[in-house]
Design a binder for this molecule. Structure first.
Ligand code: ATP
Ligand code: MG
Length: 412
């Protein structure tokens, strides 16, 4: 029986243009986050299941339906991380960093959710994200958002992406709003989806986030939080908006944003686009004040976001931003005896930071074909005496050069 090996459903190989865009997203985000003072952390890809079950809240879709959990050989329940924030907060506590705040963290890497795969939605996907851990000030919220906005701009995908912001209020606002939502949804409980009936008991605010068509009609007439905000919560939200304006970040209010995870309060935001069909959220985040406590640390007010790298990459493709690999210089030995001087030359080029390729075999014609396939910018012909001809493959110009002159001419 023959069986073709295929990637697991919902996973993909990133090769060629896909890999280059993916890499570019990570590098651009890492560099931009660095400009804002964020430092990269690398936390494990799997954690004790409790880190996510406690951290994300058991009414979240992620915990209730999407986690990749398994028992390892020692009998411990392990989960492949579905998101980055819980692990970062766990790491803050495990590493005794809760007294040295704020910590400004950047991360990038694979995440795992058991979802129905479709364009822009995978079972192994990748996120970039930032967190400011230990800052209660609204300036932190605005800075985090401004950093995200700058990343979208640098990726060339900000056109057609809109920042939508909301406030979830503080505990007192939330309790009052919750009562109003329970009243609204209870009156039409029989028309709610099965999931939303459960949310009505555990976390009615999550109904606002429902993707069910029937629910959406009932959500449309639900009260917004504005009338229930305490003066402090309202002032906080005002301040975030003032700072966003000062940072030059355009935004609009969307009172329906609650975010998929249970741990948010105050600011919630999403960068959304209509260029990716149903998977329109490219970046989402907000303020969370209880998560570090869930991990056994002290109360640590925090704010952050995560963005799906696949969706950013798709947007880059849509706008035609496709990074090209560097054009190499082709080193071409003329005859077997020319290999020795050619190898000495190619190492000089690489040590000078110049991308250079040498074919492993083949006559001059074959090697030139290969150089053209690789879109080489220049060829260096080397003879057995070590004499070098430099040919610019765009202009066709050719001249004799020394090793040092070749390196200098090619930008080393
Ligand atoms: P959605 O509503 O699309 O399911 P979410 O609320 O579950 O999103 P978050 O948990 O906030 O998403 O994750 C942040 C970002 O990660 C999303 O905005 C999206 O860009 C990306 N993302 C989430 N799940 C997936 C997935 N299964 N495949 C690809 N990207 C994803
Ligand atoms: Mg989701």
């Amino acid at each position: 029986m023959s069986s073709k090996m295929q990637p697991v459903r919902g996973t993909r190989d990133l090769i060629g243009a896909d890999a280059r865009r993916h890499h570019h997203v990570a590098e651009t985000a890492r560099h931009t986050a660095g400009l804002y003072g964020f430092e990269e952390w690398f936390t494990p890809i799997f954690e004790d299941t409790g880190v996510f079950a406690r951290g994300l809240g058991d009414t979240s879709d992620v915990v209730s339906k999407e986690m990749y959990s398994f028992e390892d050989r020692g009998g411990d329940s392990i989960t492949l991380r579905p998101e980055g924030t819980a692990g970062v907060c766990r790491a803050l506590v495990s590493n005794g960093l809760t007294q040295t705040l704020p910590q400004k963290v950047f991360y990038a890497g694979p995440m795992f959710r058991y979802e129905r795969p479709q364009k822009g939605r995978y079972r192994q996907f990748h996120q970039i994200g930032i967190e400011v851990l230990g800052a209660a000030e609204p300036l932190a919220d605005a800075e985090v958002i401004a950093c995200g906005w700058q990343i979208l701009n640098r990726l060339g995908v900000a056109d057609g992406v809109v920042l939508e912001i909301n406030t979830l209020g503080d505990d007192a606002s939330r309790d009052a709003y919750r009562a109003a939502l329970v009243e609204h949804f209870s009156a039409q409980a029989d028309k709610l989806s099965h999931d939303s009936k459960l949310r009505l008991e555990k976390n009615p605010q999550r109904i606002l986030d429902s993707k069910d068509e029937g629910d959406r009609a009932i959500v449309a007439t639900a009260p917004t939080i504005d009338a229930y905000l305490t003066p402090e919560a309202a002032a906080f939200f005002e301040a975030v908006q003032k700072y966003l304006t000062q940072f030059g970040v355009p935004f609009r209010r969307n009172p329906r944003i609650v975010r998929g995870l249970d741990y948010y309060s105050h600011t919630a935001f999403e960068f959304v686009t209509d260029r990716l069909g149903a998977q329109g959220t490219v970046m989402g985040g907000g303020r969370y004040n209880g998560l570090v406590e869930e991990m056994g640390g002290p109360a640590t007010p925090s704010v952050g976001w995560a963005a799906g790298m696949e969706r950013l990459s798709l947007l880059m493709e849509v706008v035609g931003n496709n990074p090209q690999p560097p054009r190499p210089v082709a080193v071409i030995p003329q005859g077997d005896a020319a290999e020795t001087p050619a190898l000495a030359l190619i190492q000089k080029l690489r040590q000078a930071g110049i991308t250079a390729e040498i074919g492993y075999r083949g006559n001059l014609k074959r090697r030139m074909e290969r150089a053209n396939r690789q879109n080489a910018r220049a060829a260096l012909f080397v003879d057995e005496a070590g004499a070098i001809q430099l040919k610019d493959l765009d202009s066709g110009e050719q001249r004799a050069v020394s090793e040092d002159a070749a390196v200098a001419a090619l930008g080393g």
